[in-house]
Design a protein. Structure first.
Length: 107
């Protein structure tokens, strides 16, 4: 086992630690303020609803080039839904940035 493997496993451990901390620490902090947990839950539900809307818009076509990678219609539809959701979120972010800047200029 050379140093590359050691650092790779260390990176895996640090990523797992960061993910656990990002999930657990806000939950511990929200014990004192349950309203914040409700707001976070509404945000998560909104993203899940947006994914299902994007999933409904996505197609399930699979070309011959992708069939050799075992991509079926279900996986194609799931990936398409994820891409459409990313496009929706990108559009919302750009619109909100432009709105914020115009709002600051007008004030």
């Amino acid at each position: 086992m050379d140093s590359f493997d050691i650092f790779l496993y260390l990176a895996y451990a640090l990523v797992i630690f960061a993910v656990l901390a990002a999930i657990l620490l806000p939950l511990i902090n929200s014990i004192g303020n349950p309203q914040s947990l409700l707001k976070s839950g509404i945000g998560v539900l909104a993203i899940v609803a947006l994914y299902f809307i994007a999933y409904a818009f996505s197609g399930s076509e699979v070309t011959q080039a992708y069939s050799k990678y075992n991509v079926g219609p279900e996986l194609s539809k799931m990936v398409g839904g994820s891409l459409i959701m990313a496009y929706f979120l990108l559009g919302i972010a750009v619109i909100s940035i432009v709105y914020t800047e115009f709002n600051k200029i007008l004030k």
